[in-house]
Ligand binder design. Sequence first.
Ligand SMILES: Cc1cc2nc3c(=O)[nH]c(=O)nc-3n(C[C@H](O)[C@H](O)[C@H](O)COP(=O)(O)OP(=O)(O)OC[C@H]3O[C@@H](n4cnc5c(N)ncnc54)[C@H](O)[C@@H]3O)c2cc1C
Length: 444
Amino acid sequence: MQSYQPTLGADRYRDVPEHGSFDVIVLGGGPAGIAAATTAAEAGHATLLIERLGYCGGAAVSGMSGTICGLYMTVADPHVAQPRQIIFGFAERFRAALDAEGGLTPPQIYGKTWVTTHDCAKYKKTVTDLLRGAGVQILYHTEMVDVIVEEDALTGLVLHTRSGFARVSAKRVIDASGDADAVFRMGLRTTKGNNGVIQNPSMMFKIGNVDRERYLDYWGHDTISPAKVVEKLEQHDELIRKKVWLFPTVNPGEILVNGTKITGFDGRALDVTDPVDHSEAEQFAIYQARDFFDFLKAEIPGCEDAYFIDYAQEVGVRQTRSIDGVKRLMNEDVVGTRKVEDSIARSSWPIELHYGAKPKTEWLVDDYYDVPFGTLVPKEGRNVIVAGRCLSAEHEALASCRVTAQCFEYGRAAAIAADLSIREGTEFREIDGVEIAELMKTAG
Ligand SMILES: Cc1cc2nc3c(=O)[nH]c(=O)nc-3n(C[C@H](O)[C@H](O)[C@H](O)COP(=O)(O)OP(=O)(O)OC[C@H]3O[C@@H](n4cnc5c(N)ncnc54)[C@H](O)[C@@H]3O)c2cc1C
């Protein structure tokens, strides 16, 4: 596949019908986009959210990623310590709302920290309540296919809908597409993983009718596979991932399985921004998930009578493009637990790098690092800011900072910056990140 050639300029699309003009457009309804759209609309801005699927949640729902990671401090031994929450703001608002719907488990041990497993149906209801409550206009089943750029400013997006093409314009765009789709189509610099090699995707799936008591008795309360399971996995050549996570959900007898590593049929690492590779990923994933299900039934006590509920609606993508930001989160910032004054989110999540047969987890015990505001701001271009996993970060740093609780706060930070930028008529690059950090603290 050839790389995309940006089509700059408004002229090309002048005959395309205009759908509307907005203060803020949020591209993508994943965790970052949900937080960004809600925050922008609540600040009084006419806000449009564009999502190619028929619901929000991004990889957390369509990819059934399954848990809110990143809420709690990492500790030496979670079997004896109590969970200590380190991130609040929109992350806490969403956590509490989802919990009130009955859509979240209590904290579950994950290595040296905790996660809470969510139910996708309740997630959708929680998001719908939030976005409608805030007055966000939503276009589902709508894909952004091009950008309208005047000089270096992003002034509009070209959409593909079931009724054909449409144009929308905005004072500011928050690119929460996960893939930095708008930034990329503007022709601005992006990078991909470790010299182009990105973390492998996974196909999540759920199983039902598990005898939880017998399962927990064998597996234990840590959601990460114990050594005896790893040993068993090593005897199965057909399973290419040897360290896995299993999460009991809010539903009786149900377990969410994060146990696959998706490559090409020939074993090569895939680049899911290439539609050929992405399509192969979806197909390979079907077989890996079924093989892993057979393993669970045959080898894991309590799973003998389990049935396969369903695959996630699409393969879960951890990483694609990262922008070239005014600031970049470096690997050493994460391992060195660096604190900064322009922090928009804390993170104590390990470097959880899905690469090779066993995902590598590097823990930050009893400490956290800060993510600076400038990681959301592209070095070039105007009117556009990103939120979510496409922020500017080195490869291993991204393997830590990309999880849901932090993505919610990146979305909130981007919307607060969009509000400031519209009110004061300033460019994103002119905004002092310390001011955003202060505004975020003031707003909880
Ligand atoms: C297999 C897997 C397991 C994971 N497990 C966990 C976990 O247990 N806990 C956790 O906290 N995190 C987990 N993560 C990470 C987490 O799910 C993601 O990092 C998070 O969803 C990123 O949020 P985001 O909003 O940046 O992007 P995304 O969730 O990727 O959302 C981007 C949204 O933008 C939409 N979009 C993209 N381009 C366009 C376009 N051109 N037009 C219209 N819409 C568009 C997409 O449809 C999508 O809905 C996991 C990820 C994967 C892949």
